[in-house]
Ligand binder design. Structure first.
Ligand SMILES: Cc1ncc(COP(=O)(O)O)c(C=O)c1O
Length: 293
């Protein structure tokens, strides 16, 4: 196996605060407010055939996430759209990933965010898949985490905030140590929530059941798949699902920009088929992202 290139030592350009800079020079200082106190938000977008899927939605969500954390981006979403498109074009990326990120700077280092500048960067690289094609085909195994998605009066739950990913990293590392591919998290009330980087869907007797996105990210892929299901005449129910709902499901899948429509073959050892509804929606999603060219 070849060692992947570290992310701070690659060729190419990164868009940083309005200018394209050499990749290795896109650095920040160790005394950066966002690093110490979690004042950072980010996005993840996929490039298909050289085009960024749902670009405008992602740029708008970045701005909305920043507002949830109490800061405003110094660039309009349309400027970030243009930066991302230019990066992808200049790097000649056909199938890849785009990572915009924004954070509070280093003017002061008290817990208060007052007086900090806001910085924005966008990077892009070739990165076609999260899971192997075998895992995509036969499904991944999830284990339920001891970590829970927090209450909306405990954390800015609707923001794609870097600080919230602490829970995801802990959950994912524990799941992998236990032999699973990813973790399934409940919310603070004990309802099914999501995986560490993707939303959850159950298929019960041909209909979709998905946790109401009231305390976690209402994923752009989730919204897309709900619309695709509507077009295919598949009923969709959003609501508070207790973990026992998993006992009634025949199929389970995850959705996310990086995961796409990812079948799940087992949750805590309970097996699921990679069935017709999952396959139909995975195909419809694959057609949409490529057809949106
Ligand atoms: C925690 C979490 N939930 C859900 C999602 C799915 O969101 P989207 O479909 O917008 O990528 C992501 C990925 O961005 C995520 O990190």
């Amino acid at each position: 196996m070849t060692t992947p290139l570290p992310f701070d030592d690659r060729d190419g350009l990164i868009w940083l605060d309005g200018a394209f800079v050499p990749w290795r020079e896109a650095r920040l200082h160790v005394l950066t407010h966002g690093l110490h106190y979690g004042g950072g938000v980010f996005e993840g977008m996929r490039v298909y055939g050289g085009r960024i899927f749902r670009l405008a939605e992602h740029s708008r969500r970045l701005a909305a996430s920043a507002r949830e954390l109490g800061f405003a981006l110094p660039f309009e979403p349309a400027e970030l759209d243009r930066a991302a498109e230019e990066l992808v074009e200049r790097a000649g990326i056909a199938d890849g990933y785009v990572r915009p990120v924004a954070w509070r700077g280093s003017e002061q280092l008290s817990v208060s965010g007052a007086g900090t500048s806001v910085h924005v960067a966008v990077a892009a690289w070739e990165w076609p898949n999260v899971f192997s094609s075998a895992a995509q085909e036969r499904g991944i195994a999830l284990g339920t985490s001891k970590w829970r998605r927090p209450a909306p009066d405990t954390a800015p739950v609707r923001a794609k905030a870097a600080s919230l990913y602490n829970i995801c990293t802990l959950a994912r590392d524990a799941a992998e140590a236990d032999g699973y591919d990813d973790a399934l998290l409940l919310d603070y009330r004990g309802y099914l929530a999501e995986a560490t980087g993707a939303n959850l869907f159950l298929v019960v007797d041909g209909a979709l059941h998905t946790p109401l996105a009231d305390v976690f990210l209402d994923g752009i892929t989730r919204q897309t798949v709900i619309a695709l299901a509507g077009e295919a005449g598949i009923a969709v129910h959003e609501g508070h699902l207790p973990p026992e709902a998993l006992e009634r499901a025949q199929e389970v899948f995850l959705t996310g920009t990086a995961y796409e429509v990812q079948p799940v073959r087992a949750v805590d050892g309970r097996p699921y088929e990679v069935g017709p509804v999952t396959r139909a929606l995975a195909d419809a999603y694959a057609r949409l992202v490529r057809g949106a060219l």
